[in-house]
Design a protein around this ligand. Structure first.
Ligand SMILES: C=CC1=C(C)c2cc3[nH]c(cc4nc(cc5[nH]c(cc1n2)c(C)c5CCC(=O)O)C(CCC(=O)O)=C4C)c(C)c3C=C
Ligand SMILES: [Fe+2]
Ligand SMILES: [Fe+2]
Length: 319
């Protein structure tokens, strides 16, 4: 008889192995070659990626990575490893961490679970809001790994958890901690990673899932409509991305009388370049230069106990 032995595969995006131009180039090449991320026809994208994007972006971005690098490595890796260890300590089943791009690869993570006798994979992509550019890329990555297998495990794939009560409760507690420490701001900005508007027009429900998280969280916090704002950050390339853009919003807020903002990024389960540099550094500067007086970044949930408890709940609902 076939045993039922569940194991958890935690997945995140991935990050360079070092804050150097060659390591960042290697990472960006794999990431930006995925048609789920950039869907320009290959014959057109290939020369742009290799001839323009990688040579110019890699040195610039490697300096940004260097500015946030931690003792244990890239912030995304350090926090992801802490999440894996904390979750493993709370569950009586194997837990592995795999990244869509870079190391540890999805293949190494699946192989390690299978080697421990796992017959049922509970896959938890750590993206609270579904997007074709992230969660569907995990799906593709998994099926690519399975191509080498003669036998397949059962698979439970957690699509997203945008409004899961435990996720909203963990976010609420973290906002309340920030308000208690820094005072209530004029505006709470919730900045989500953007995607091309076209992806949404073609059926990606990511903007709706961001709106769902925002609605659930602001209701739980008891905020009025004029006390919060949803924005989108990190746009890339020339076509329109989801709006309003975080950077333009930050530059415009002080003129509207908003002098104290607190910014959180509820789409990031772990702090990374996009929160520690783009929000805490760049957007803070935009806001302060435009006349803002107080800017506080509310950290991602990282290995916060309430966040790990939420993961336990997501897993236990499938065991
Ligand atoms: C090119 C298109 C991109 C899409 C679409 C996209 C979607 C998307 N990304 C995240 C989460 C993260 N992105 C991160 C970095 C990052 N993202 C892009 C591009 C797209 N992302 C690039 C090129 C980069 C690398 C940095 C840079 O060159 O600017 C990260 C951080 C990684 C780290 O190492 O710290 C995360 C996390 C989401 C959630 C998302 C769609 C919803
Ligand atoms: Fe991204
Ligand atoms: Fe960015």
């Amino acid at each position: 008889m076939r045993q039922d032995k569940p194991g958890v595969l935690l997945v995140n995006l991935g990050t360079p192995d070092a804050p150097t131009t060659p390591a960042v180039k290697r990472y960006l090449k794999q990431f930006l070659s995925d048609p789920r991320v950039v869907d320009t026809p290959r014959w057109l994208w290939w020369p742009i990626l290799n001839g323009v994007v990688l040579p110019f972006r890699s040195p610039k971005v490697s300096k940004l990575y260097a500015s946030v690098w931690m003792e244990g490595g890239s912030p995304l890796m350090v926090f992801s490893q802490r999440q894996r260890d904390a979750l493993a300590a709370k569950l009586d089943m194997p837990v592995a961490l795999g990244m869509s791009y870079g190391n540890p690869s999805l293949k190494s993570a699946v192989d390690s679970l299978m080697a421990q006798g796992v017959t049922r994979l509970i896959v938890l992509p750590l993206y609270p809001q579904f997007s074709c550019s992230t969660v569907a890329a995990v799906w593709d990555g998994l099926t690519a790994v399975f191509k080498d297998y003669r036998s397949l495990p059962d698979v439970e794939f957690i699509r997203d958890y945008a409004e899961h009560p435990a996720y909203i409760a963990a976010l609420k507690a973290s906002v309340e901690r920030s308000f208690a420490k820094h005072g209530q701001p004029d505006l709470l900005v919730m900045s989500y990673h953007g995607i091309p508007q076209r992806f949404a027009d073609e059926g990606d429900d990511y903007p709706q899932r961001c709106a769902d998280t925002t609605a659930a969280l602001t209701k739980a916090l008891g905020l009025r409509d004029d006390q919060f704002k949803l924005t989108f950050q990190s746009r890339f390339g020339r076509e329109p991305w989801l709006t309003p853009y975080t950077d333009e919003t930050m530059q415009g807020l002080p003129a509207k009388g908003v002098k104290h903002v607190q910014v959180m990024s509820p789409g990031f389960s772990a702090d990374c370049l996009e929160t520690l540099e783009e929000i805490s550094e760049q957007n803070c500067e935009f806001f302060m230069h435009a006349g803002g007086e107080k800017f506080e970044y509310i950290p991602a949930l990282n290995d916060d106990e309430a966040h790990i408890d939420m993961m336990v709940q997501l897993v236990n609902a499938r065991r």
